[in-house]
Design a protein around this ligand. Structure first.
Ligand code: GTP
Ligand code: MG
Length: 446
């Protein structure tokens, strides 16, 4: 009912309402496209024709948020262009050319125009294209974009969600600053845009377009577009589904990439102060369409397609991230036989799978443990056997040594007894000879 009879451009806002009232978006869409619904004509005023106004009022009250990513080499004119686009002075500080790796710097500002509040986040690449090895320069940018999607997904998956006052940091547009070389795109540009084209709406711009001549610029634009096409890089195309802007968007798609000039300086031209860059040979007016495409970019980015950029981010890029992430986690909408599977069923299947895996691991660990114990047991047995062998050998050696010692003792004892016998004999002889000598002396005296 919420959506019925509305144009597709209102569907996203209807989605916000559906979300708030706990209808699912599919219910809401189903309701819109349900051909079986019976059309009835009203016989008087009911009041639901004020729904678009209610939506506008509600959105105006809530305020909007828009996040821009500026990718470009250091000093290419990113900050100046942002200042010029939003007619203000953001906090800018010059980046050094000696950053060891690419970093992303985000700054958020609250802006107001009439009664519309916009929370704008500008994310700048710091040190992009400055490293000797530019091989992985795109990686910090890819990681940053994915991180913002992940944060949103985590909020969405919470039991107690607060998406209505959630600060959405997903990047809605990426201004890719191409150096005005007049030659061709650098491989760094092609690689980076290729890596990002499924994650963010890329709008390529030729920076400092006042440094390139008109004829060179024309050829340069054609060259860039053909290189993007031949390398399969999908840049953001201004949408043609809303017939009120289809014509202007078709024309503008033909002007891509926009050649821009940025300046916050005001110069007197005729009797009017205009934003321009003044040179010794003349003045380049930023808002003069015959000088550059700045006005086209501002129209397309801010006035006409800001809501589409937000919508594309949610319905295309975030949806892709979410789908891949959930599939990675094992969630599926259908089973292998293409039958629909509910979240509950997937959860239960996952749980069973997990428990089986746990059991398998447990069994594996148990077998490993048993095998280890067996190995240890046989190791211990071997060691015991070896010890026993050594013990036996030592015992044998000990017995042999004891025998040798016994023999030696016996020999020694025999030697000792023969020595004692000889000594006794010698003593006897000595005593006898003393007696004989004593008798002879007595006889002589007599
Ligand atoms: P970092 O943040 O340090 O990487 O630089 P940036 O890309 O933000 O460049 P920034 O806007 O600071 O501009 C760098 C220099 O380029 C300044 O001197 C600007 O005046 C000049 N500049 C900016 N836009 C243009 C332009 O459109 N044309 C010309 N010729 N110079 C420009
Ligand atoms: Mg800057």
């Amino acid at each position: 009912i919420v959506c019925n009879g509305y144009q597709s451009s209102h569907l996203y806002q209807s989605f916000l309402i559906a979300n708030e009232h706990n209808f699912s978006w599919s219910d809401c869409f189903h309701c819109c496209s349900d051909n079986s619904a019976r059309p009835l004509s009203l016989s008087g005023h009911v009041g639901f024709d004020s729904l678009p106004d209610q939506l506008v009022n509600k959105s105006t009250c809530q305020g909007f948020c828009f996040n821009i990513l500026c990718i470009g080499e250091t000093g290419i004119g990113k900050s100046t262009l942002m200042d010029t686009l939003f007619n203000t002075n953001f906090e800018n500080c010059e980046s050094s050319h000696f950053e060891p790796q690419v970093k992303l710097r985000a700054q958020t500002y609250d802006l107001q125009e009439s009664n519309v509040r916009l929370r704008l986040t500008v994310v700048n690449t710091v040190g992009f294209g400055d490293q000797m090895n530019k091989h992985d320069s795109f990686q910090p940018v890819v990681d940053y974009i994915d991180r913002q999607y992940e944060t949103y997904l985590q909020e969405e998956l919470k039991i107690k969600r607060s998406l209505h006052n959630y600060h959405d940091s997903r990047l809605h547009a990426c201004l890719y600053f191409i150096s005005p070389s007049g030659h061709s795109l650098k491989s760094l540009d092609l690689v980076t845009m290729k890596k990002l084209d499924s994650k963010v709406n890329i709008i390529p711009v030729i920076a400092k377009a006042d440094t390139i001549s008109k004829s060179e610029l024309h050829k340069f634009k054609i060259k860039i577009m053909s290189e993007l096409v031949s390398n399969g890089v999908q840049i953001y195309q201004f949408p043609l589904d809303d017939e009120t802007v289809a014509k202007v968007n078709t024309t503008m798609n033909g002007h891509l990439p926009f050649a821009v000039v940025g300046s916050t300086e005001e110069v007197l031209v005729g009797n009017k102060m205009v934003k321009a860059r003044q040179y010794p040979w003349g003045v380049v007016q930023v808002e003069n369409e015959s000088h550059c495409d700045f006005v086209k970019l501002r129209e397309m980015l801010i006035c006409v397609n800001m809501e589409d950029l937000r919508e594309q981010t949610h319905t295309r890029h975030y949806e892709l991230y979410r789908r891949c992430k959930l599939e990675e986690m094992g969630f599926r909408d259908t089973d292998p036989e293409s039958k629909p599977v509910s979240l509950q069923e997937t959860y239960e299947a996952k749980r069973t799978e997990f428990l089986q895996e746990l059991q398998r691991r447990e069994e594996e660990m148990r077998q490993l443990f048993v095998q280890r114990v067996k190995e240890k047991e046989s190791e211990l047995k071997d060691a015991e056997r070896e010890l026993q062998g050594r013990f036996e050998q030592l015992k044998r050696l000990h017995a042999e040594e004891r025998n040798v010692l016994e023999d030696k003792r016996r020999v020694l004892e025999e030697d000792q007894s023969s020595f004692n016998k000889r000594r006794a004999a010698a003593q006897l002889l000595q005593a006898q000879s003393l007696n004989v000598n004593g008798k002879k002396d007595k006889d002589r005296k007599k």
